[in-house]
Design a protein around this ligand. Structure first.
Ligand code: SPV
Ligand code: MN
Length: 627
């Protein structure tokens, strides 16, 4: 250790904590920690190892400092974020880029030198009087070529407690790294607090330095902006993956259980709050992960891992009826951190859409809450936030897939792309091939905005691969890398689109939440060549008989021909309008768009138009049979 760094660490990190740092022989890590201490000036430093005692200490600390409140079920606690800190702040989250460089119009950035100075000024003395916690985690299964070691520094025990549920331990890994090995670094401070929540939300900043694989965040407590390993690491990983020839995606990974005990692995990309977690937790299936996947090619196969080992899931609409697996977990003893729900006087949590009456008063993210309470602008404050969440560890679940920690990942049989789309896509459809799937399903994805990000909700927004918020390379390059990824793969995964949010003419949803199970089971049958499909201008759709059988067998419901026709009618004008909207974005904002994207759009447009000339604007699947 260099003399100056050693002096700082020796003076500021006491006893066993110092020994724990010295046990990791990594000068770059020591330099980073010494710098963070000098910058944020904490009263003390706690170095957290992988031991259960250390994690228990952190858990107790989060309760002691008021960041978590113990609830009435063993293992449950609740955390509140500030009223204006309830989702990812896509405006203040920016890439630090050297002067003169750009990632394209859609990716927000700030000049590196000025941005670094700005955020370091905000971090200056931010931990004065508080304890700094240093902790170590791994992205991906430990000891695999997917693994990325990460160092998190924060003044929030809630962040560390959450990370202990969400990520695999990394202290012992850091000891083995060797000084040349890279790692991702995250420095977070809640900043000044008022009533226990970050006060200066107008000075909230999350700045991502891609070159140095380092992220700073300040004046925020919301998990998506503070837990470095979640979406901040995804941004770093996308850039790293593009250099190294693998993929980092905003996707679940799940085992879909087909006939005769067959398990086929699927990955699926959905924008936040569009059914990703509830798909990965479907009854009868097994979960590998619900949010972020890394893909690598191994011996001619595409294989994926869950980068995490826990769930930070949206709780709204989790009810016994619609999400029985998740509901059961959230109402029984187990380690769970609820965030931004309503607590009654008995410390029981309530959330929107939980399927029971919500009490007229309690405590929520606005403090003491009562029915009719309004915010500063006079808007009613809901009992629980729409982006209220729960955090838990997947190995604690009965439906945990046995391959969760497989160092080779799982072979990917199918990929699904889905968004919040009221009028265009069918509930499920298979793309004609890999390129069409990547371009017309993934790269053309649009979705209505949700409460997972700050800002207006319900606005139809372009969101390629559900990953737009996290892509850290030029968008055209990102599409090309996805296209190229099937090269050398013997049997590329089949690609599907799904849409759980399709509405009829009366504006009502055409499906129930439970129906998604059927779309996924149908896709599994397609991957294994068990069912035929109908070729439409937009892709392959299921035959009525196959769906009717699956509905009867798995949901015990009758799927009528009328349901089928309403849901699977090809809506040509809407599909054409979508092509126009998305193509305009690529033409206007993505100068490096691969030519094949425009060619594929042009062919699709031709196909849609010639079908409409023959069969009309709205084409019933029954009309296509035999044609
Ligand atoms: C999402 O919003 O996609 C999440 C939660 O998974 S966050 O950590 O905020 O990204
Ligand atoms: Mn997500």
């Amino acid at each position: 250790m260099a003399g100056e760094v050693k002096d700082i660490l020796k003076n500021r990190v006491k006893g066993k904590n110092y020994d724990r740092l010295v046990a990791v022989d990594h000068p770059k890590m020591h330099r980073f920690i010494a710098d963070a201490i000098e910058l944020t000036n904490p009263a003390s430093v706690y170095v957290c190892t992988d031991s259960p005692e250390d994690i228990a200490h952190i858990r107790a600390l989060a309760v002691k400092n008021g960041e978590e409140i113990p609830l009435n079920i063993k293992g449950h606690t609740c955390h509140f974020d500030g009223i204006s800190d309830q989702g990812r702040d896509t405006f203040s989250t920016r890439y630090l880029l050297p002067a003169g460089s750009s990632l394209g119009e859609s990716l927000k950035s700030v000049e590196k030198q000025a941005g670094t100075k700005e955020i370091r000024d905000l971090l200056k003395n931010s931990m004065a009087g508080r304890e700094m916690i240093i902790c170590f985690w791994c992205l991906g299964p430990v000891g695999s070529d997917f693994t990325i070691p990460c160092l998190q520094i924060t003044d929030s025990p809630y962040v560390v407690h959450s990370e202990s549920l969400l990520y695999r331990p990394g202290y012992e890994q850091f000891k083995k790294l060797g000084e040349g090995h890279g790692f991702f670094r995250f420095l977070h401070s809640e900043g000044e607090l008022e009533n226990g929540v970050s006060k200066n939300h107008n000075l909230r900043r999350v700045y991502i330095d891609l070159e140095d694989e380092l992220v700073y965040s300040v004046n925020t407590q919301y998990g998506g902006s503070t837990m470095g390993l979640k979406k901040l690491a995804l941004r770093l990983a996308i850039q790293k993956a593009s250099r190294e020839g693998w993929l980092a995606e905003h996707m679940f990974v799940m085992g879909v259980h087909g006939p005769k005990n067959r398990v086929t692995y699927f990955t699926g990309a959905f924008p936040s709050a569009c059914g990703k977690t509830s798909t990965s937790m479907l009854p009868g299936q097994t979960i590998v992960g619900d949010d972020i996947a890394y893909f690598r090619k191994k011996e001619g196969q595409m294989r994926a891992v869950n980068v995490e080992k826990g769930i930070f899931g949206i709780i709204q609409d989790v009810s016994e009826k619609d999400d029985p697996v998740i509901y059961k977990v959230l109402t029984n003893p187990m380690e769970v951190i609820f965030s931004n729900v309503l607590l009654d006087a008995n410390k029981r949590p309530y959330w929107l859409g939980m399927g029971c009456e919500i009490p007229p008063e309690g405590t929520n993210f606005s403090g003491a809450w009562f029915n009719g309470k309004a915010d500063d602008q006079g808007n009613p404050i809901p009992p629980a936030h729409k982006n209220a969440r729960y955090t838990l560890s997947i190995p604690d679940l009965d439906n945990c897939d046995p391959a969760l920690n497989d160092t080779n990942g799982v072979p990917v049989g199918g990929i699904v792309y889905g968004g919040r789309d009221s009028d265009t896509w069918n509930p499920v459809e298979q793309a004609f091939d890999w390129n069409e799937g990547i371009i017309l399903k993934g790269a053309a994805l649009e979705s209505e905005t949700t409460a997972a990000t700050l800002g207006k909700q319900g606005v139809r927004t372009f969101n390629l691969m559900s990953n737009l918020d996290f892509v850290s390379i030029p968008l055209g390059k990102y599409v090309q890398i996805n296209l190229d990824f099937a090269k050398g793969v013997k049997k590329p995964p089949l690609i599907f689109s799904v849409n759980y949010f399709l509405r009829g003419k009366d504006g009502k949803y055409l499906n129930t939440m439970a129906d998604k199970l059927i779309w996924i089971l149908w896709a599994e049958l397609r991957v294994n060549g068990d069912v035929d499909a109908i070729k439409t201008p937009t892709g392959f759709i299921p035959k009525y008989e196959d769906l009717a059988r699956l509905f009867k067998e798995h949901l015990k419901t009758q799927f009528t021909k009328d349901d089928y026709e309403k849901q699977f009618t090809i809506r040509i004008p809407e599909n054409l309008a979508k092509l126009d909207r998305v193509e305009k974005i690529y033409r206007d904002k993505v100068p490096d768009t691969p030519k094949i994207l425009f060619d594929t759009f042009a062919e699709a447009r031709k196909r849609f138009k010639s079908a409409a000339e023959k069969l009309g604007d709205y084409i019933s699947p029954f009309e296509l049979l035999g044609k």
